[in-house]
Design a protein around this ligand. Structure first.
Ligand SMILES: Cc1cc2nc3c(=O)[nH]c(=O)nc-3n(C[C@H](O)[C@H](O)[C@H](O)COP(=O)(O)O)c2cc1C
Length: 208
């Protein structure tokens, strides 16, 4: 698939067919992740691929399995979401947080090494490791799309990341930025509309 086509086709996928992503495809996709730019030339990343449903169930046990309509309304209000497309995205995504990972063919956990306190950086360069892993994650999304698969992601909330560390046994100096679910997109699912952006209003020539 041509790059611009993959960019167009990549959408967050939260519902999957019951179909396995072959190991060799997963390895190709992780290989693409390691082609991303890196802040310190080290590409000090690891990816845990979880395909064993028993491990998946344990790992995700901490994620709420559903949300009531009242809690959803309260969340929209609390987070001050006034844009209708944005509200639609959250109403679509929040109730699917558990199943979008549990029903995925595999859950992928990216890990990056962080030497300083990521929550209290002295300057923006202390966030370089975090920025690099996200370049790498985008390569996963695009290569999964090019392979005919789809991905979703969840930012760990509360103590989900520390719980994942316990379950998966990754060392203290590594941080997981997100959970990734990957699988064959369920047929017939229409993704939520992306918010339209007129790029001519976002490109500035010579001055803002
Ligand atoms: C930094 C970041 C955090 C995100 N967090 C979540 C999340 O916790 N749960 C989720 O379902 N989607 C999450 N998403 C996916 C967005 O909801 C999604 O990318 C957005 O709605 C646009 O849709 P699209 O990816 O189909 O273009 C996140 C995306 C990014 C880049």
């Amino acid at each position: 698939m041509e790059l611009y086509e993959a960019l167009d086709r990549r959408r967050t996928v939260r519902e999957f067919e019951d179909e396995t992503v072959p190991v060799e495809v997963l390895e190709r996709i992780i290989g693409a992740a390691f082609k991303a730019p890196t802040n310190d030339h080290m590409r000090d990343w690891h990816y845990i691929i979880i395909r064993d449903k028993k491990v998946t169930a344990k790992l995700l046990d901490i994620i709420p399995k559903e949300i009531s309509d009242e809690d959803m309304d309260a969340l929209i209000k609390d987070w001050d979401l006034s844009d209708s497309t944005q509200q639609e995205c959250y109403r679509n995504a929040v109730p699917k947080q558990y199943r979008m990972l549990f029903d995925a063919s595999a859950v992928i956990i990216p890990l990056f090494k962080q030497k300083t306190d990521i929550l209290h950086p002295d300057n923006i360069s202390h966030l370089n490791g975090f920025a690099s892993i996200w370049c790498s994650i985008e390569n996963i999304f695009l290569s999964a799309t090019a392979e005919g698969y789809g991905c979703n992601l969840r930012i760990p909330l509360g103590n989900e990341a520390e719980y994942a560390r316990e379950i998966l046994g990754f060392p203290d100096e590594y941080i997981m930025p997100c959970f990734i679910g990957i699988g064959k997109p369920k047929s017939g699912i229409v993704p939520v509309k992306q918010r339209a952006v007129d790029i001519r209003e976002r490109i500035h020539r010579d001055m803002f």
